[in-house]
Design a binder for this molecule. Structure first.
Ligand SMILES: [Zn+2]
Ligand SMILES: [Zn+2]
Length: 733
């Protein structure tokens, strides 16, 4: 069977985040890898959507050209796909010459077929910016759901497509002015002519996901209007008609044609110019569109109508749109120190961990929630403890006992059961993946993992091997068959790990050259390679202690003696927009002129305390080794700046009592080596997973310990140092 896997074209106006991966890219890749493995002819295409107002908007904000922005994110997003193992056959871009040509041909065909006509429309025009405001440049309240930040083309809250005139209280997003509405000439696509054919077509799609079908029905039942397909903008594909030189083809019309242009580009690339016709002109070819739910109307209404207007090309077979991923109830972004953007996530985690957890949590029917807590817990228990451990135990035992894959002799009931379970799992997964129920299919795979553990434990080869070699050999062979089938069935989900297991089993070739059905055949007598641990267990740090602290940079602007105490100063410390009065016991260590103007660290949320009759609003942090005392001082000298650890963004902390602060663990360390895993000498040697510049050798930094994990105290663009040298290991008070 020929299967075209079409994946939503990401706007290249920013890096992809987890929501995109869940919505389209991972499901598409799982689906494509599976179909390649069962021997179907698969082509998976997508590309960067480089036109339209999202990109010009970012470019204007940054003061660079739209081409620069789209080039930047095309590159970044291509790298993400590669790292995550998203196997596009062709990942193109809408700025390519090929795409522009295909769009022009497509456009002219619709024009000649009588489905594109000239008309006038009323467009928002900003009198202050002196320009028309296409799509994103105008914002207002959605007339359907009341969402206040609906855009001129679509409401992100209720998903309806809009016209700018529909917006209540429209405003220019550049300057905030109220736009005027002016007449301007545009080209229109006769969408209304396809209302009936689309209704009929959608009603034949009883196998579509219910949310997709319902959404599409509702969309049509509110009536289809012809839509303008040109815009007053100079960034985009040119209109191939005279009189439209200053306008461009609207991005939604042009980007969806990318599925076709990317297929054509691929055909040219591999030197089979006509290959695309096998996929686009053959009615038996199945086209699957993997998209997020905000894209449903473009793929079940507008694009099919465009294809009908074209008259020759294959319509979508299925549009398995996903619901939304909710990110820790909206508070996702930095709660555990890791953002939602893929570049950072892939720097920190094995791509298969991300793929596994995401697949287990796909929002196929309902929205799903992502939390780092759950991520750590599922990866640790399911992927590492149950799966990784099982594979490792089987391979290790076999390696030490035989060094190769031992033969299978007479089978008992348990063995037959195991072979059946392998076959059944493959069949069940196949059925589910073909229906794009990828989450359920992964649960089937997990059931084989559980089964494998039980089988291996019950067989107890470590016992039977003492007196029954044939039985031992058989039990291990079947355990290895389970390992092998987990590698094959797991390949769409965790391809990197599957390939590693494949090599450990002694295979020399790539697992992708095997077939789904190979999972049930017995193994050949390869030598087993030295088994390696598949994953390192994750330790979850929730920054429970750090969250209680609010430490800020301050500048000492006044030093006076305490009227009632010999050893104390009264200090005024500026935090930028606020000044605090402190009582500090520094007289034995610092002269007033040494303190004046110094940048220091203030424990900002310490409960105020009366010291000898005067209220101290916080405390300066100092290192104390028993002999010497040194204030802590920031390299980034900006009053009010928060002190952070790693990229963890502190929230507003509540008041902390001194006795709770004194339980927190800080330590002064001297920098011995620099680079990515520096050696830091304190009361003992520490290393941290943080990069340190070479010029810090010999300097003293401060570590904060969350549990037993040390983190370097820093500000956004600087570090915290001791003001004077103290002994390494000194505590902070
Ligand atoms: Zn709305
Ligand atoms: Zn304006």
């Amino acid at each position: 069977m020929k299967i075209l896997v079409c994946v939503a074209w990401p706007y290249s106006d920013g890096p992809l985040h987890l929501g995109h991966i869940y919505g389209a890219y991972l499901p598409a890749d799982i689906f494509a890898r599976y179909h390649r493995m069962v021997g179907n002819q698969v082509l998976m295409v997508s590309g960067s959507d480089e036109h339209g107002t999202p990109i010009t908007f970012v470019a204007e904000r940054e003061g660079v050209s739209p081409a620069e922005i789209s080039e930047r994110y095309h590159r970044i997003n291509s790298q993400i796909f590669e790292k995550l193992g998203i196997t596009f056959d062709n990942y193109s871009r809408t700025s390519s010459q090929n795409h522009k040509e295909v769009v022009r041909d497509f456009f002219m065909r619709l024009y000649n077929n009588g489905y594109i006509y000239e008309g006038e429309m009323i467009s928002p025009y900003c009198p202050k910016c002196k320009r028309f405001l296409p799509d994103r440049y105008v914002e207002g309240t959605c007339p359907y759901c009341g969402y206040e930040h609906a855009r001129g083309d679509q409401c992100d809250n209720c998903g309806r497509t809009l016209d700018p005139q529909d917006l209540i209280n429209p405003r220019c997003r550049i300057c905030g002015s109220t736009p005027e509405f002016k007449k301007t000439k545009h080209l229109f696509f006769s969408l209304s002519k396809f209302e009936e054919p689309l209704k009929e077509w959608i009603s034949s799609k009883d196998y579509w996901r219910e949310n997709v079908r319902k959404f599409s029905y509702n969309f049509i039942s509110s009536g289809l209007k012809d839509r303008a397909i040109t815009r007053d903008i100079d960034w985009g594909v040119e209109v191939p008609l005279p009189g439209y030189e200053g306008k461009r083809i609207y991005v939604w019309f042009e980007a969806v044609i990318g599925y076709l242009s990317s297929t054509i580009e691929y055909s040219k690339k591999i030197g089979k110019e006509d290959l695309w016709k096998d996929f686009w002109l053959d009615e038996n070819a199945r086209h699957y569109y993997f998209i997020g739910k905000d894209n449903i109307p473009f793929h079940t209404i507008i694009w099919p109508a465009m294809l009908m207007a074209h008259g020759e090309l294959v319509l979508p077979f299925d549009v398995p749109a996903n619901e939304y991923l909710r990110l820790e109830g909206g508070k996702f972004s930095k709660s555990a120190g890791y953002g939602i953007f893929m570049p950072q996530i892939l720097e920190k985690f094995d791509p298969d961990m991300v793929r596994f957890y995401s697949a287990l949590n796909l929002p196929e029917i309902h929205d799903s929630d992502f939390s780092w807590d759950d991520f750590y817990s599922k990866v640790n228990t399911e992927l590492i403890d149950k799966f990784g451990n099982f594979v490792n135990r089987v391979l290790k035992f076999t390696k030490s006992k035989y060094g190769r894959i031992p033969p299978m002799y007479e089978l008992d009931d348990d063995d037959y059961l195991a072979i059946n379970k392998i076959r059944e799992t493959g069949e069940n997964m196949a059925k589910l993946i073909e229906k794009v129920e990828l989450k359920k299919a992964l649960k089937e795979w997990l059931s084989l993992v559980y089964f494998g553990n039980q089988y291996f434990d019950k067989s107890a080869p470590w016992d039977i091997c003492k007196n029954d070699d044939k039985k031992c050999s058989t039990k291990l062979h079947i355990s290895l068959m389970i390992v092998k089938s987990l590698a094959i069935y797991g390949y769409p989900y965790i391809p990197f790990t599957s390939q590693r297991i494949w090599k450990m089993l002694g295979n020399r070739d790539d697992i992708s050259s095997y077939k789904w059905i190979d999972a049930i055949s017995p193994l050949e007598e390869y030598h087993i390679q030295e088994p390696e641990i598949l994953f390192k267990k994750l330790t979850f740090i929730n920054f429970e202690n750090w969250q209680k602290l609010d430490i800020r940079v301050g500048k000492i602007i006044e030093v006076k003696d305490h009227p009632n105490a010999d050893r104390l100063y009264l200090l005024k410390v500026s935090l930028g927009d606020e000044t605090r009065n402190l009582v500090a016991g520094l007289k034995a260590y610092y002269a007033p002129e040494e303190l004046m103007g110094k940048f220091v660290l203030l424990l900002y949320n310490l409960e105020p305390a009366e010291i000898r009759g005067i209220i101290s609003q916080g405390m300066l942090l100092a290192a104390d080794d028993g002999k010497n005392v040194s204030l802590l001082t920031p390299t980034e000298k900006i009053p009010g700046k928060r002190v952070i650890i790693k990229d963890f963004q502190p929230k507003n902390s509540e008041i902390i009592k001194h006795k709770d602060f004194s339980k927190m663990r800080f330590e002064v360390v001297r920098v011995e080596t620099t680079g990515v895993k520096p050696l830091l000498k304190g009361s003992k040697d520490y290393t941290v997973e943080e990069n340190i510049d070479d010029d810090l050798i010999g300097k003293e930094l401060v570590l904060f310990f969350e549990g037993n994990t040390p983190f370097i105290l820093r500000t956004e663009n600087g570090l915290i140092l001791t003001d004077r040298i103290v002994d390494p290991g000194a505590r902070i008070r």
